[in-house]
Design a protein around this ligand. Structure first.
Ligand code: ADP
Ligand code: MG
Length: 238
């Protein structure tokens, strides 16, 4: 059974059609990547799934439930963006606890769950730091912890590594994958970086100009490009 089903999804801003008739399915625990050049519609598609953009047509089903028009906070989605979007005047611990506090969980559960994700993203010892005292990589780990602490059904990651330098990026790639597998967390990762997509994904949806032009495993996309666009985008001229 599919965990996520996006059917016939269309989105425009005024006269500008971003995409039309998008279809994709994702299995539970799968790590899929939306890959494509800047402006092809990756973020907009992700934001539609998160409920941050409304859709013009089509459906989004999660675990058999139609969430196409559900309020964002009821969708069971955790999201991390390229820019950290942390609360600058809150400590690491309070940033991470914020979403759970809104759910009014007991103080004991709050502490237990926040401490657990802090462990998971290896921020032990940094609980009382403020965002400005952290490196870029550490801030993204706070953002990740904040998304994970509410136990989302789906994790959405929009270019979370793009602002980081190469060495940290590589480490965080592995860390995200390890955590995602451990939690069996269904994840949609957005990137314009071919190497990131090839090394991280169970499956890749390659997009161009608002269309999914090919989907498959990294190996399939890399070794059997379905078009000249795919071949050239993946850097695979033979
Ligand atoms: P990507 O994430 O692949 O770089 P986006 O989804 O951000 O692409 O953008 C796809 C298209 O939608 C672009 O043409 C962009 O200008 C347009 N777009 C995105 N968000 C908005 C918005 N809020 N208002 C108007 N146009 C938008
Ligand atoms: Mg984007």
């Amino acid at each position: 059974m599919n965990y996520v089903e996006v059917s016939n999804l269309s989105k425009r801003f005024g006269q500008n059609t971003v995409f039309e008739g998008i279809n994709l399915t994702i299995k539970q625990g799968e790590f899929v990547t939306l890959l494509g050049p800047s402006g092809c519609g990756k973020s907009t598609l992700l934001r539609c799934i998160a409920g941050l953009n409304d859709v013009d047509n089509g459906n989004i089903i999660v675990k058999g439930e139609d969430i196409t028009h559900a309020a964002p906070q009821t969708r069971g989605i955790g999201m991390v963006f390229q820019s950290y979007a942390l609360f600058p005047n809150m400590t690491v611990w309070d940033n991470i606890a914020f979403g759970l506090k809104m759910q009014k969980v007991s103080a004991a559960d709050l502490k237990q769950q926040v401490d657990k994700v802090i462990e998971l993203v290896e921020l032990n010892g940094r609980e009382q730091y403020y965002p400005h005292q952290l490196s870029g990589g550490q801030r993204q780990r706070v953002a990740l912890a904040r998304a994970l602490v509410v136990k989302p059904r789906i994790l959405l990651l929009d270019e979370p590594l793009s602002a980081l330098d190469a060495r940290i990026r590589k480490h965080l790639r592995e860390q995200i994958r390890t955590i995602q597998k451990e939690m069996n967390l269904t994840t949609i990762f957005v990137t314009h970086d071919q190497e990131e997509a090839l090394t991280m994904s169970d499956r890749i949806f390659l997009m161009n100009k608002g269309e999914i032009v090919q989907s498959g495993t990294a190996e399939e996309i890399y070794t059997q490009p379905a078009s000249e666009f795919v071949a050239s985008f993946m850097g695979n001229y033979n």
